[in-house]
Write a protein that binds this ligand. Sequence first.
Ligand code: PEP
Ligand code: MG
Length: 559
Amino acid sequence: MPDAALAAGAAEAGTSAAGEAGSGVFRGTPVCGSVAIGPLVVVGPAAARKRKATGDPAAEADALRTAIAAALAALEEALAAEDDLAGEILEFQAALLEDDDLTGPAFTAIADGAPADRAWTVALAAEIDAYRADGDPVLSARGDDLADLSARVLSHLTGTADPAADVPRGAIVAAAEMTPSAFLALSAAGVAGIATTGGSPTSHVAILAKARGVPLVVGLNALPAASPGPAGAAILDAAAGTLHTAPDAAALAVARARSAEAATAAEAAAARATQPAVTRDGAEVKVMVNIDDPAILDTLDPAICDGVGLTRTEFLFQHGAPDEEAQLAFYTRLIAWADGRPVTIRTLDAGGDKPLPGITVDGEANPFLGVRGVRLSLARPELTRVQLRALARAAATSPVPLKVMVPMVTVPAELEAMRALLTAEVDALAAARIAHAAPILGTMVEVPAAALTAARFDAAFYSIGSNDLVQYATAAARDNAAVAPLADPANPAVLELIGRTVAAGKARGVEVSLCGDMASTPALAAALLATGLRVFSAAPAEVAAVKDAIRSAAAGPAA
Ligand code: PEP
Ligand code: MG
């Protein structure tokens, strides 16, 4: 058993340090990908960079100006070569470099006699610390961007090398921190996988890794001491969240077999991905797709799915609230991509694990039980109206009714309040003779109160958000590793809540789908079918495997 082999390694070496020969198993949080094998390259904290200061403030200011301009030029060059998602991150960094509020303090320090490199590092460190101070994952991702930017300019000041320079193709890279630009350089260099002691599954690096299919583990319990030599292979099990350094021949053989098996299974499943998902006993199941990142539309074939079951619109708000035209452009593009298949777009679901600076409420004692999802949308109607207008305008381009769904609904009055806002915007568009269509309005079911009273909601469809439903049913926060074993989606209480929602949908004659991670987990497909569920919405990379799991399950008596 591969896990047993890895666990045996952990027992030998302990969980935090490599043994004498550099062998050990390091544990972290899986982000994406499966098993990767390759030579290990350990990237320690950046070596102190030496630069000889001129002692002349004017020359130091010139040196910093030149370094900033060079960093900007390099960013612009990288931008031209990158996809939408990476481009968005690089564009954000380029805008920061042009922001005098950010660079000003460094020039002030130079005028006061500081050398350019120290002035720059100290000025940026203050900003980076402020972003990272309260442990908030979104702000700390912003801090990572700034740290990346700081390193970029510093490397131009000191003339230091590219992060991928000494990393061979196919390597497993272990690092303390990973900046988005270092990630992009490493991914372009063809690394087999990455493990970091820092980072989080919601960081920019994690988003990029998922989009590019680079196996990634974050939050390793320790950094391996050093590479065990150029030929020393390591095993990154990105599904289990482990990095096995200097494994013995037996562990390597097991990992190679697993990796080959995973590649063959993925290839075979992908070949069947465009076929419908029909259970062994003939039940037709719809498998839709979740869209979390616009860049995926460039590479994803809509033929693998029966439509879009969830569009997380939070990504549009990462750098502030987008205007109506920007939202309209994305919604229209998504509808065109779906090519006649139904599209479901969720209204902004900010708060809880998805804080948005300047939009969500700061300092709540318990953000998961606070002003999040629809509660925030109703507290900020000016933002909601813009989104609803853009959705109604985009609906005019859809050959089938556009489905709009509302997150974190607890009582029917919240859905009705959103309907009132939507109706007012539809009426205003009609009065202004702007092309539009009224979307149909559904509710997410992710609060147990909504699951137990689903039939009372005047919803055109239900979409079960199992990630939140599990955390609220089991009272185990979805971002707290210490209670993760309790947050079990297979808990009978969770399945009961799903079953009741499916029954309410059936009684009302409306569709019930499930778009949380449960629908992306092949091992849970049979249990979900047993609740009567017949519409899944899965992460793009999991659609093929989920369809296969449905095909090998029996649905049981007609739902
Ligand atoms: C869910 O809670 O299952 C869901 C789909 O929403 P999110 O994960 O975005 O909170
Ligand atoms: Mg949710």
